[in-house]
Design a protein around this ligand. Structure first.
Ligand code: SF4
Length: 329
């Protein structure tokens, strides 16, 4: 018996790094056992802030699907699909836009912040699409009558807006949609190999698709305790990036590693080697699944087509109901 229905999406913006995997995908992989899940590659959302050059969008969608599947999402257990393959998202978005006061969208805290931040990067995003982002997100969620949405704390205002829109719709036309509840996820924050936030723009990321050799090479480059110059110097794991990774990948031997570092019983080279082997073995299944999918390039396309078909059935039934209560049939 499933606990409920989940909708969650990600924008296709290029290949995953390990931080993306541990930050979101790993959580989805756990949730798929307990919930009926709709996982959506939200390509229209990607256009709300990056609409100028769309040439690489198909490649990014394919890469994202490959990352999800190799990460362990089961295409039979879950509905995995691309947003623009199910046109009902656009129809519901349009109808919801009729009943949503502009002020509700303008007061979303992240709206003005992002407008400023992206504007400073030279992006012209003073557009309806950018303002309407949470409206489209609402349509995505309620189209499947999802009752649960996994979110980080920063996305709570979006979900609150979604719930307000649902209440307004139900009040105007009758009870059609459940009010989705937030399922807060606490993801471990993974630094890049230089100790700053992991980001492709800093060039400090560990690609999710990294081969074992690449993983080992990147771990070798990780910054450690800068005060530890010689192997005989006691180290301070609290300021060491390698230690942050050990906390995730070597939990069962963490105490011993910390003690050995503080007592100078282990050198940084050996400590990194231990981490690299832990990471290689933790990600081994992912590498196998990725290799299988890469050997069969049509498979990802088939899975997305199958997912879109299943999503469309649910979306069509919801829209039938919506049109009826709005007297649009
Ligand atoms: Fe970091 Fe390990 Fe070196 Fe200690 S021994 S400073 S935890 S790499």
């Amino acid at each position: 018996m499933k606990k409920g229905r989940i909708f969650s999406g990600m924008q296709p913006s290029g290949k995953f790094h390990l931080g993306n995997y541990l930050g979101a995908l790993e959580n989805w992989v756990r949730l798929q056992h307990d919930y009926e899940c709709f996982f959506c590659i939200v390509d229209w959302h990607a256009l709300t802030s990056s609409y100028e050059d769309t040439r690489r969008l198909p490649e990014h969608i394919h890469d994202m699907a490959l990352d999800w599947l190799s990460g362990g999402l089961d295409p039979e257990k879950n509905v995995i699909f691309v947003q623009s393959h199910v046109k009902e998202h656009a129809e519901l978005h349009l109808l919801l836009s009729m009943i949503t006061p502009l002020s509700w969208l303008e007061r979303v805290p992240t709206y003005k912040d992002k407008l400023q931040q992206l504007g400073a990067q030279g992006k012209e995003i003073n557009t309806y699409g950018f303002l309407g982002y949470p409206e489209l997100m609402t349509a995505d969620i309620i189209l499947y009558k999802a009752d649960t949405v996994p979110v980080g704390e920063d996305q709570l205002p979006h979900l609150e807006l979604c719930r307000e829109i649902v209440r307004r719709f139900n009040h105007l036309y009758g009870e059609v949609f459940p009010e989705p509840q937030a399922k807060l996820s606490q993801a471990p924050l993974l630094p890049g190999i230089d100790g700053r936030k992991m980001s492709k723009s800093y060039g400090n990321e560990i690609p999710f698709a990294a081969s074992p050799e690449d993983l080992r090479a990147r771990v070798r480059l990780m910054v450690t305790d800068p005060q530890r110059v010689k192997k005989t110097d006691p180290g301070n794991p609290d300021v060491c990036t390698v230690h942050t990774f050990h906390k995730i990948f070597s939990r069962d031997e963490l105490d011993e590693i910390v003690m050995s570092c503080r007592n100078a019983a282990i050198g940084c080279v050996d400590c990194k080697k231990r981490l690299a082997e832990r990471m290689v073995s933790a990600l081994a299944d992912i590498h196998v699944r990725r290799a299988e999918l890469e050997a069969n390039p049509g498979r990802v396309r088939e899975i997305l087509a199958y997912g879109a078909e299943r999503a469309r059935q649910v979306a069509a039934a919801t829209m039938e109901e919506v049109r009826q209560v709005m007297h649009l049939s």
